[in-house]
Design a protein around this ligand. Structure first.
Ligand code: ZN
Length: 190
């Protein structure tokens, strides 16, 4: 989870492996925006025909209506001026262009919430901070910790530029919220 502040709008990225609850988190945030009476538009790639055509559905069955797009630029074409919040699910299928589109949306003052796998279409990891190909696994906790295996909040993929050798520093940069924290990442306790 990463918040990139733009001029007025901003981008929230919900990343994680499959079944980590990304769509659920996206839906939760979009629902909250709707409850706050903000105008919301939701997009997903046409390639994802899971469950229903014009709806984002999480694995637990939560649903929210969406617009299907075949490429990222279509989001800009379909964007309504009065929309305040833009949700994008399964963003990994929209290619690199989605990064540019999200930036444009944020610069237009939109709140952008993007969910997707933190890998590219070939399964290669993507830097969760900037979207470039990741070559490093960034550790987010100090090295004295012994048991960190499987705890998703302990690591994230980063590119060469965003890699931070000092885990404490990396943790500071990593942002306040990590998705799927509750999913069996039991690293605490005695
Ligand atoms: Zn990066």
């Amino acid at each position: 989870m990463d918040i990139v502040k733009g001029n007025m709008g901003w981008i929230e990225v919900v990343v994680g492996p499959m079944f980590s609850g990304k769509s659920e988190e996206l839906i939760r945030r979009l629902r909250r925006a709707e409850i706050a009476r903000q105008r919301v538009q939701i997009f997903k790639p046409a390639i994802d025909s899971r469950y229903t055509a014009n709806e984002i559905v999480s694995h637990s069955g939560l649903g929210i209506p969406s617009d299907n797009v075949s490429k990222a630029s279509e989001i800009l074409e379909k964007l309504q001026a009065r929309t305040e919040v833009v949700g994008i699910d399964e963003a990994q299928f929209l290619g690199d262009e989605v990064v540019e589109v999200c930036t444009k949306l944020a610069n237009l003052g939109k709140r952008v919430i993007v969910a997707g796998l933190d890998t590219d279409y070939r399964g290669r990891p993507i830097c969760v901070r900037c979207g470039n190909p990741a070559v490093h696994t960034q550790r987010l906790v100090d090295s004295e910790e012994l048991i960190v295996v499987g705890a998703t909040e302990m690591y994230e993929a980063r590119c060469r530029r965003c890699f931070e050798p000092n885990p404490a520093q990396a943790r500071k940069e990593a942002g306040p919220v990590i998705v799927a924290r509750s999913r069996g990442a039991a690293s605490g306790g005695a």
